[in-house]
Ligand binder design. Structure first.
Ligand code: 2IP
Ligand code: CA
Ligand code: CA
Length: 380
C-alpha cells in the first residue's frame, strides 16, 4: 500500500496547487474574497466560491484515487457535496472529467460562464504536481485497497484561508492563526474497525520563497498499522512534565469550565488558543503543544482522520472526550475510547452524522492524556 501513500502525497500536492492558485490568480482571488451585494447575493454559487474551491479539490482527490484504486470508489468520503446550483438555478454536479478541456467546460457552467476562472482551475486539476521525494520504497504496508476508506477535508480552516494573514513561521514556535493554518487533510481508515491507518497533511502556505515571493508548501504523513508505525515527523522529546507543566492547545471558543480545569495541570501560559482543528492536531504532532482538548462536537471525521493516523504512528492518538470521562481511573487508557471513522450516527442527519460529537483529546503521551482526563473529570 506504499502506492496509495505515494498517490495521496501527489494528489495532496495538487490540492495545495489549487489552493495556492485561488489566492494567486486575480480572477480566482476576486471570487474568493468578493463581498456579495445586490443581485449577486442570490447567486448561490458565486456567493460561495470558497465552497467551490473545496468541492473542486475534493472531487480531484476522489477522481485520482478512483482511477488508480477502483476498489475504493464507494468509500471516498469528504466534507463537501458535489452538487452546485448556478446563477440560473440549474443544478450542476461538479466532477473531474477525462480531459482538461472537458473539466473547464463543466466548471464554466458552475461559474456562470466565467471561462478564465474555469480554465485556470481546470489546468491546475489536470497538471502533474512536482515530484515529492519520500523514502517509501522499502515500505511494505500489509493493507488491501478493498479494506480501506478515505476521509477528505479539502481545505481545513477556511476562514484563515480567506483572511490570508501571512506569518513567517519559526521552528519550534506555535503561531496561532494565519494562512499556515489552512491544511489539506486526507485520512485513510480500515472499513472493518474504523481505525485510522494512514494520513497525509499538506500545508499549502508554509513559507514564502524569497526569490520569487511565491508560497511553498510542506507535507506530513504517517502510517500506523499493526507493528508498522512510521511518520514523517519524529517523536518530540518529552521533557519532564513536573518541570514545565503540560501545554494544551484549545479553540478560542472553548468553555470557561474547561479552561479553568486545565489551568490546574498546565504550567503558566501553557493554555494556547489556535485556529483550525487540523492545525491544532498538527501542533500536537509537531510537539508545539502536548495536547488539544475540545469539549464540543464541532469537529468531524474529515477533520481528525488524517492527523489521527500520524499521532498513532508517534505513539499517541485522539480519544472521544465524553467517553474517556466516563471510564474508571484504572490507569491504562481503554483503546475503545479512540475515535473511529467507519460508522455514522444513526440518530443525526447530514454532516452531524459524522461529527466527533463527544469532543476530543489529541495527545502524544498516554500519561499526559491521563492527567488531562483526571483534571476534567466532574468539571464538565
Ligand atoms: C473547521 C475549522 C475551524 C474549527 C472547526 C472545523 O473546519 O477547522 O477552524 O474551529 O472545528 O470544523 P476552531 O478553529 O474553533 O477549532 P472548516 O474550516 O473545514 O470548516
Ligand atoms: Ca474542517
Ligand atoms: Ca473544509
Amino acid at each position: 500500500m506504499a502506492d496509495l501513500l505515494r498517490l495521496l502525497l501527489r494528489v495532496g500536492e495538487k490540492a495545495a496547487n489549487v489552493a495556492r492558485l485561488c489566492r494567486q490568480e486575480a480572477p480566482l482571488f476576486q471570487l474568493l474574497v468578493q463581498e456579495k451585494t445586490g443581485e449577486d447575493k442570490n447567486k448561490k454559487f458565486v456567493q460561495d466560491f470558497k465552497t467551490l474551491a473545496d468541492v473542486v479539490i475534493q472531487e480531484m482527490i476522489r477522481h485520482d484515487v478512483r482511477v488508480q484504486f477502483p476498489e475504493m470508489a464507494g468509500f471516498i468520503h469528504g466534507e463537501e457535496s458535489n452538487m452546485f446550483e448556478n446563477g440560473l438555478g440549474e443544478s450542476v454536479t461538479v466532477t473531474v472529467c477525462t480531459t482538461e478541456e472537458e473539466t473547464a467546460k463543466l466548471l464554466a457552467t458552475v461559474l456562470d460562464g466565467d471561462q478564465t476562472a474555469a480554465s485556470l482551475l481546470a489546468r491546475a486539476i489536470h497538471q502533474d504536481p512536482a515530484t515529492i521525494e519520500v523514502s517509501t520504497d522499502s515500505l511494505t504496508i500489509p493493507l488491501k485497497p478493498s479494506e480501506l476508506g478515505i476521509w477528505i477535508d479539502p481545505i481545513d480552516a477556511t476562514s484563515q484561508y480567506i483572511k490570508g494573514r501571512e506569518e513567517v513561521l519559526e521552528e519550534g514556535r506555535l503561531f496561532p492563526s494565519g494562512l499556515h493554518c489552512a491544511l489539506v487533510l486526507i485520512g485513510v481508515y480500515l472499513r472493518s474497525t474504523g481505525e485510522p491507518v494512514m494520513g497525509v497533511i499538506n500545508q499549502p502556505f508554509n513559507n514564502k520563497d524569497p526569490a520569487d515571493r511565491g508560497w511553498r508548501g510542506k507535507h506530513y504523513w504517517g502510517v500506523s498499522c499493526g507493528s508498522i508505525n512510521i511518520c514523517s515527523e519524529s517523536r518530540p522529546r518529552n521533557r519532564s512534565e513536573g518541570q514545565r507543566g503540560l501545554s494544551v492547545v484549545l479553540s478560542s471558543s472553548e468553555k470557561q469550565a474547561v479552561k479553568e480545569a486545565l489551568t490546574l495541570v498546565c504550567g503558566p501560559d501553557k493554555l494556547i488558543y489556535a485556529s483550525g482543528a487540523g492545525h491544532k492536531i498538527l501542533c500536537v504532532i509537531q510537539g508545539l503543544a502536548d495536547a488539544y482538548v475540545l469539549s464540543e462536537g464541532s469537529t468531524f471525521k474529515w477533520d481528525s482522520c488524517a492527523p489521527h493516523a500520524l499521532l498513532r504512528a508517534l505513539g499517541g492518538g485522539v480519544v472521544d472526550l465524553a467517553m474517556s470521562l466516563q471510564q474508571s481511573d484504572s490507569g491504562a487508557q481503554d483503546p475503545s475510547t479512540e475515535l473511529t471513522y467507519h460508522l455514522p450516527r444513526t440518530d443525526r442527519k447530514g454532516a452531524e452524522r459524522w461529527a466527533n460529537h463527544g469532543g476530543l483529546v489529541a495527545y502524544r503521551d498516554n500519561s499526559q492524556l491521563r492527567s488531562i482526563i483526571g483534571a476534567l473529570k466532574g468539571k464538565l
